[in-house]
Design a protein around this ligand. Sequence first.
Ligand SMILES: *[C@@H]1O[C@H](CO)[C@@H](O)[C@H](O)[C@H]1NC(C)=O
Ligand SMILES: *[C@@H]1O[C@H](CO)[C@@H](O)[C@H](O)[C@H]1NC(C)=O
Length: 355
Amino acid sequence: MLYLSNNMKPLFVFLLFCHVASTVKHSLNIFMTATSGVPNFPEFVGVAMVDEVQVGYCGSNMKTAEPKQDWVRDLMKDDPQHLQWYSLQCIGYQQFFRANIDGLKQRLNQTGGRRHILQKMDGCEWDDETGEVTGFNQYGYDGEDFLALDLQTLTWTAPKQQAFTTKLRWDADKTRLEYNKHYFIHECPDFLKKYLNYGRSFLQRTDLPSVSLLQKTPSSPVSCHATGFYPDRAMMFWRKDGEEIHEDVDHGEILPNHDGSFQMSVDLNLSSVAPEEWRRYDCVFHLSGWKDDIVTKLDQAVIRTNRVPEFPAGLVVGVVVGLLVLLVICITGLFIWRRNNNGFLPANSEDLRQH
Ligand SMILES: *[C@@H]1O[C@H](CO)[C@@H](O)[C@H](O)[C@H]1NC(C)=O
Ligand SMILES: *[C@@H]1O[C@H](CO)[C@@H](O)[C@H](O)[C@H]1NC(C)=O
């Protein structure tokens, strides 16, 4: 049993790391975010992911966790206790986060009406070839790493002075530390295997995306956008005369769609390319383990845009493109929000078994 390095790098690094992980590694991750004083954002959001696919959701004032994907609903139907476990976590963590964000604000003298965010990321990874299990559990406050659990020494690590009081308190709670150890080394990998079992055909499928070229205005970069692919091990790049190019290219993140598939885009700035040169460029989408790439030639005629519509269809496309962009922004927002969390233990935390 090994513990994933006490990795407290920003989330994006973590996500990148996940994406390059070998195909035999599976993961169950839980992300929670609590906010205080942030308008138009729920006070609490919890999301569970298996191999980067959302399997559960819990939001402010929800009494039961909500399974996502049909195969997760099947699992919950066959094992109502598991749904109950999630629901208890959902309720318990809402209280836990509320108590902690309030406690932290008080202790750090943050009495003004400022916005505060408390986040938690935890999870386990299982290598189905070697059987190796790793786990991690970390909290962030106001966008900065706050506390991380070292599963080897069973102590909390505080990178910042302001977390030190909390570290001492949490280090003294041996029951919770032991529960953590048990959860990340046994329970979490067991849950993960259970999910993989139910989701096998869903998680092991291969879906190719639809690829389109989008451009906001004639002077904007052309965005090569692929959506609907699965799994998330994919690459996309621009070529000129058949050679991959890096200059004037902007790679986007791989983002999840609501249906469990993924999307990504890569932009090419063509401001210094003459129109007659365009045909030398193409966009390539490559799905790991799939030999046929999807190649899209750069062609003015196939670019979808919302520039001045010549006929109503253009307008419709424009709206669709706009909505797509909005969706990307929303999902990106969610990802940025997913970070860590936290502070004091509420009095009844043992009953709720937070980790
Ligand atoms: C909070 O304010 C009190 C009283 O003004 C002060 O003694 C304490 O050091 C402050 N704590 C922090 C973390 O700034
Ligand atoms: C595209 O490139 C031009 C010059 O090469 C630059 O002025 C412009 O800002 C770039 N546009 C974008 C959106 O990066």
